[in-house]
Each structure stands twice: as C-alpha cells, then as structure tokens.
Design a protein. Structure first.
Length: 245
C-alpha cells in the first residue's frame, strides 16, 4: 500500500467509538517520536526508509485529524446536550405549572361541591338538580336561578381545567419534539445521553390523578422505554446522538 493508504487505514482502525482518545494519542506519540528522530537528517535514498517516512507522515496526519474531529464532535455533543436539557427543562416546567393549576382547580371544585350539597343541590350525570327537600323549594324561580348560577360556575371550572390540560399537553409535545409519529426526538436524545427519563416519569405519573395530562406522561414513559430498548439492541441502527435539534 502507498503511505497515504496506510495512513487512511490507521485512521479507519482508530476512529471507531470503542477506541478512546488516550489510545489514539499513544499511537500518535509513537509515530511522532519516529519523525522527531528523522528530523534534521538527510533524506535516505533507501526506498523502504523513504516509504516508512512517508507512511509516518500520513499516519500522524490522519490521527491528528481524527483527534481534531473528535474535539469538534465533543463540542457538538455538548451543544446538543445543552439544547436537550433546555427543552426537557421547559417541558417539566410546563408540566409543573399545569399540575399546580390542576391542584388549584381541584380545590375550587371541592369547595363548589360542598356549596352544592350545603345549598340542597345534587350533581347527577344529567346535570345539577335541586333536591326535593331544598330549603327554597317554595320559590322555584329563586331555586332555578341559583341552580343555573352554580352550574355555570361548575362548567367554567371544568372547562378551565380541560383547556389548561390540552394546552399544556400541546406545549409538552412540542418541547419534546413529538410533532409527528415515532419516538419524540428529545426523549430519544435524553436516553442516548444517559439521562434516563423512565424512572422520573414513572414517579411523576404515580403522583398524578387520572387525567389527559397523566395519559400524556404515560405515553412519554412508553416512548422512553422504547428508545432505551433500541439503544441497547446491538442490531439497532440508532445513532449515538443527533446534533440537529
């Protein structure tokens, strides 16, 4: 092989992910030592010596380029990791705000439920009705007015709760890159970076009431589990990370 081909062969052998930088640096040191020994000496007329010198030059060139590429790769990876962290933090912030709002609304609904009972009303699948022994039963118009007022308050609270959940889920999906089908990009990136979302998401889900918000988090758990299985599958062609976030 020509010196250039030998240099390329060295690069291919040392550019694998299972070869660390220390191994490349050690190999580079060997060839640099050889070149240092040749420095200042007249160029040999021996074809084999000339071939070895050229080979050493190409090997050091390609190994240095591999180290340089790895430095850029690490910088790129760090940038990607920061973006992933920012997107994940935004998603968790959205979730936290939605859960706080839900807790507030749950308190308001509980208070309203107490008011309904104390005023002689009952909530049924068909709506809000006045009980037969309602204290104002002798004044049907007043009872109906109050019933309509309380029911409007109930509908408004339920609507606010559903709207906030729908908006939060849409934002969470956008922040996790779940705009299409398949595993959301930020979830797969987190798993590739070693940021395991499965256990934290499960803990979140365990403390959430049944709701569309809980269903969304459960789907994120399933996505993270699938991403992890793909990462651990030796036959999977999943990349180490994507920088184009």
């Amino acid at each position: 092989m020509s010196p250039e081909q030998v240099g390329l062969d060295f690069r291919e052998r040392y550019r694998r992910h299972d070869v660390d930088n220390a191994t490349i640096i050690a190999q580079l040191r060997v060839w640099n030592t050889f070149l240092d020994q040749q420095s200042g000496q007249p160029l040999s007329e021996d074809p084999e010596q000339r071939w070895l010198l050229g080979t050493a030059l190409h090997i050091t060139r390609w190994l240095q380029q591999e180290l340089g590429d790895r430095t850029e790769w690490l910088k790129d990876r760090e940038r990607a990791a920061r973006k992933v962290g920012q997107r994940l933090a935004a998603m968790l912030c959205t979730l936290g705000e939605a859960m706080s709002f839900m807790a507030d609304k749950a308190g308001e609904l509980a208070d309203l439920a107490e008011t309904l009972v104390s005023e002689g009303f009952e909530l049924t699948p068909s709506g809000l009705i006045a009980l037969p022994d309602h204290p104002r039963q002798t004044d049907p118009e007043s009872v109906e007015h109050r019933r309509a007022q309380l029911y409007a308050m109930l509908v408004q609270l339920v609507h606010e709760r559903e709207t906030v959940q729908a908006e939060a889920i849409a934002r969470m999906r956008a922040e996790l890159g779940a705009s299409g089908t398949g595993i959301p990009s930020i979830i797969s990136e987190c798993q590739r970076f070693g940021i395991d979302l499965i256990a934290p998401f499960r803990q979140l889900a365990a403390n959430m009431p049944s709701s569309p918000l809980l269903t969304a988090v459960q789907q994120f758990i399933a996505d993270a589990e699938l991403a992890q299985r793909l990462i651990e599958d030796p036959d999977s062609d999943i990349d180490f990370y994507h920088a184009n976030l």
